[in-house]
Design a protein around this ligand. Structure first.
Ligand SMILES: [Zn+2]
Length: 445
């Protein structure tokens, strides 16, 4: 049994470390959290610091049987920026209030990183019997900016240090109620980030005499407006069907969510009461396209010769670069040839099958804590570090166990949002679920 306050104390320390990753190489400072975890677990077996301060660390408990599969618990230590405006508390104080711990990272994903470290420590100290296979804990840097100082680099260049057959990481979400009782979503698949940079090139001139110049901003503004006005249609994937069937929401909603002609109306209706859930359902059933940055021009009296925009595109399973390109061509229409489209990231959606020893171990652990609940294999619209491991053959899931004080949709809105918080009770139940999962995994392998 994990001591109640241990995960909470660790979480507070990780929040206070403020490993804020703004995408630049010198941000993050994840070494601070490696030091916190070293104080708790002891010296890591291996550390990786590809840029000063951007540290990841592996702790390993060797298994008893060299042929048994290994299991890794992986938690990222970086967080996205937060300005205190819009927050009810200082986002980096790690404040305890109303039974919750508040702060940036409290749900993404320092809560899980802390509980993973807490559960792992029992094996690392020898308080729990070794598993047949190796058990690893990886505190990883740079999840929030694509993993070039973290998981992506580790998998590409240091695979022997992080190789694992099974992996538990983010994301975990609260339970969903359905006709068959409460279901716990377990992340088994994720959409693919297909980020694009759009460029249009013009001919500069004096802003006082625009006649005959080519203003690079105008075709870009037109292209972005056309992209926004041409939403991709709904698509019902096998992953979505599996999720809805396991969730089985009451009142005929299942049928609507699996009907390509009715799902958009259902999403609009759900949005009236639960915008977080509506966004999730929409993202899980559509190629999403969101133009999120645009830059053009240098001065009010200079006709701009360059305009750029970054567009966050997320592809469903089965969609690839060609689908994305074809959609841009169709949406932008006659101006398509004036826009140069560069690939920033092109990762296909990926997933692991819900089945086998890790899946069964999660189910068995849940059955002892919440016997009335079942598992829901879930596809998530966001990317996680699991996407780098799955192509190596690793079976990767994300799971946690929250109390019911924050609903599914409200919980999702806390990711990168204001007032991130997690209840101490949820930390305890997540630790229990992880502890039971690791122990059962050892029995099944
Ligand atoms: Zn995360």
């Amino acid at each position: 049994m994990i001591p109640g306050g241990e995960s909470a104390e660790l979480l507070i320390a990780l929040i206070q470390n403020a490993c804020v990753n703004d995408g630049t190489a010198d941000s993050g400072g994840e070494m601070r959290s490696v030091e916190t975890l070293t104080a708790f677990l002891g010296e890591p077996d291996w550390t990786f610091e590809p840029h000063p301060g951007r540290a990841s660390a592996v702790w390993r408990v060797p298994g008893t049987d060299a042929s048994a599969p290994s299991l890794m618990l992986m938690g990222h230590t970086d967080v996205v920026p937060a300005s205190s405006e819009g927050w009810s508390v200082d986002p980096f104080a790690g404040e305890r209030r109303d039974g919750f711990i508040w702060g940036r990272g409290a749900v993404d994903m320092l809560n899980q990183t802390a509980t993973m470290a807490s559960v792992f420590s029992r094996y690392h100290r020898g308080d729990a019997a070794r598993l047949p296979g190796d058990l690893l804990f990886l505190a990883v840097a740079d999840e929030e900016a694509g993993g070039r100082f973290g998981a992506r680099a580790l998998v590409d260049s240091q695979w022997e240090q992080v190789a694992c057959d099974y992996l538990l990481t983010e994301i975990g979400t609260p339970m969903l109620d359905g006709a068959g009782g409460p279901g716990l979503p377990v992340t088994v698949a994720e959409k693919g980030p297909q980020w694009r940079r759009l460029r249009s090139v013009g001919v500069p001139g004096h802003g006082s005499q625009p006649y005959g110049t080519r203003n690079a901003l105008v075709p870009m503004a037109d292209a972005l407006a056309r992209i926004a006005a041409t939403p991709p249609p709904a698509s019902i994937t096998d992953e979505w069907r599996r999720f809805v069937e396991a969730w089985d929401p009451a009142g005929g909603l299942s049928a609507e969510l699996l009907d390509i002609d009715r799902i958009d109306t259902a999403i609009d209706r759900i949005a009236l009461g639960d915008i977080g859930l509506a966004r999730w359902i929409h993202a899980c059933t559509h190629l999403t396209i969101s133009p999120n940055t645009v830059h053009a021009g240098v001065k009010v009296n200079v006709v701009p010769d360059l305009a750029t925009a970054e567009v966050d595109v997320r592809a469903l399973p089965g969609q690839d670069e060609t689908d994305v390109h074809d959609h841009f061509r169709k949406a932008i229409g006659p101006g398509f040839d004036e826009i140069d489209i560069q690939i920033v990231e092109a990762t296909k959606a990926n997933g692991s099958e819900p089945g086998g020893p890790l899946w069964d171990a999660i189910g068995a652990a849940l059955a002892t804590i919440r016997p009335e609940a079942h598992l829901i294999p879930s596809m998530i619209p966001v990317g996680t570090d699991a996407r780098f491991f799955r192509p190596k053959g690793t079976v990767a899931y994300g799971v946690a166990l929250f109390d019911r004080r924050v609903a599914f949709g409200d919980f999702l809105r806390m990711f990168h949002g204001h007032d991130e918080r997690v209840s101490e009770e949820s930390l305890q139940s997540t630790a229990e679920l992880l502890e039971g999962t690791v122990a059962r995994f050892g029995e099944l392998t």
